[in-house]
Write a protein that binds this ligand. Structure first.
Ligand code: MTE
Ligand code: CO
Length: 390
């Protein structure tokens, strides 16, 4: 017999009284019933405020935009809390006119808005040697995708006049960590932004308020938050953040430097460990996200048999460059064990590698740039677990 709550006339009590008034919440909040959709951290990864990371709740999000309040955060020296009236951006070094900009002067420049993902190169980095994380939030949640508004860095460099022979730019944040990174001049002149807007509002403090550098497609560490200084030079600086950290330790013990690009990657967001199958065997729409630091996603393949056979999924519009792309594919679950995988192919033809393929080239010493294909094991009860198969 049907649950009486699911029969006509479907007139719940809240149809009979007025709700709360406008400006009850001058800055709106999600429904209290969505209180579970929050950033989370892993206690053994984030002991203190010195070097911490939180993760985006990807399983609960739809489309491609990450709401500002749940964008993952990565701080090497805690989150700076800056009064924009007191903040300045200095550009100096190999320039004709060293300049210092106030926020009012920066926002006077013509702006552009672009939708891009930002991914920490450590995303998935806990799983080189084996599967250990039990949530999608922790396997892939070091990524967010927002509309960023700011002034192209090329415009500011033009204002300062870059001297001949200048090839690199050092970016430094105003936080305790500084997070010094050397940026190649071609990237700075291509699509780098000095951003103050995030999904229509000013940057959140966690994302670098009042301004951050944004380097589309490059490893998240290079998008320096709370940006206070850009020094133009003719060689890289080899700072701590690009020698001791953010290098790829290879199998032979040598470290590979300056792996800027976030290569193509993808993950299934339904079903997943946090979103098991609750309604038994039948037709479902598998959904997920794909992205590439090199440009647009061209195709995403889906496998329900651990990578033996593949079917192309549908890509949902819009499909943008260096941006999350949502894919979906109908799948009829027979109620038995299934091994779900997805694999992204980008517009350059790059194919996301399997875990054995990636390990063959990179070994297992690394932390960074692990973009291999993931496997979700759907159990007969509909629960989903993170596994690795060879
Ligand atoms: N910039 C400064 N100044 N300080 C930092 O700690 N963390 C970096 C980068 N920029 C960091 C920084 C790292 S490792 C990443 S992955 C991104 O910011 C994270 O950006 P988000 O906090 O907006 O997610
Ligand atoms: Co990072």
């Amino acid at each position: 017999p049907a649950d009486p709550a699911n029969l006509p006339p479907n007139n719940p009590p809240w149809t009979t009284t007025a709700g709360y008034g406008v400006v009850e919440y001058p800055y709106g909040m999600p429904s209290p019933y969505e209180a579970n959709v929050v950033r989370r951290n892993v206690d053994w990864l984030t002991a203190d405020r010195i070097a911490s990371i939180s993760f985006t709740p990807l399983a609960d999000l739809s489309g491609i935009i990450t709401p500002n309040g749940v964008c993952f955060e990565r701080h090497h020296g805690g989150c700076a809390d800056i009064n924009p009236d007191e903040h300045r951006l200095m550009i100096h070094g190999m320039v004709d006119r060293p300049l210092i900009f106030t926020m009012d002067e920066l926002t006077r420049f013509p702006s552009v808005s672009r939708i891009h993902f930002l991914e920490c190169p450590a995303n998935g980095g806990m799983e080189w040697k084996g599967a250990q994380m039990t949530r999608l939030q922790y396997t892939h949640g070091m990524i967010h995708c927002c509309e960023w508004t700011g002034v192209p860095l090329s415009v500011l460099l033009d204002e300062c006049g870059v001297k001949p022979g200048a090839k690199w730019i050092l970016a430094e944040g105003a936080d305790a960590a500084g997070n010094h990174r050397s940026i190649p001049m071609d990237k700075a002149l291509d699509d780098a932004l000095v951003a103050w807007g995030q999904n229509g509002e000013r940057l959140r403090r966690e994302q670098g308020y009042p301004i951050r550098l944004f380097l589309p497609g490059y490893e998240g560490n290079m998008s320096v938050k709370w940006l206070r200084r850009l020094e133009v030079g003719d060689k890289p600086w080899h700072s701590r953040e690009e020698t001791s950290r953010y290098t790829d330790l290879m199998a032979d013990g040598k470290a590979r430097k300056f792996t800027f690009m976030q290569e193509a990657n993808s993950v299934i967001t339904f079903p997943c460990p946090e979103k098991p199958i609750r309604q038994g065997p039948g037709l479902y729409h598998v959904s997920g996200l794909a992205w590439s630091g090199r440009g647009k996603i061209r195709r995403v393949d889906f496998s329900a048999d651990g990578g033996n056979t593949w079917t192309p999924a549908r890509l949902n519009e819009p499909v943008l460059s260096k941006c999350l792309t949502r894919f979906e594919i109908p799948w009829t679950w027979d109620g038995k064990d299934a091994f779900l995988q997805c694999r992204a192919i980008d517009e350059t033809g790059y194919v996301q590698p399997s875990l054995p393929q990636l390990r063959a080239v990179r070994g297992t010493n690394s932390i960074y740039h692990k973009n291999s294909i993931y496997t979700w094991h759907v159990l007969p009860g509909g629960e989903v677990e993170n596994v690795q198969i060879s």
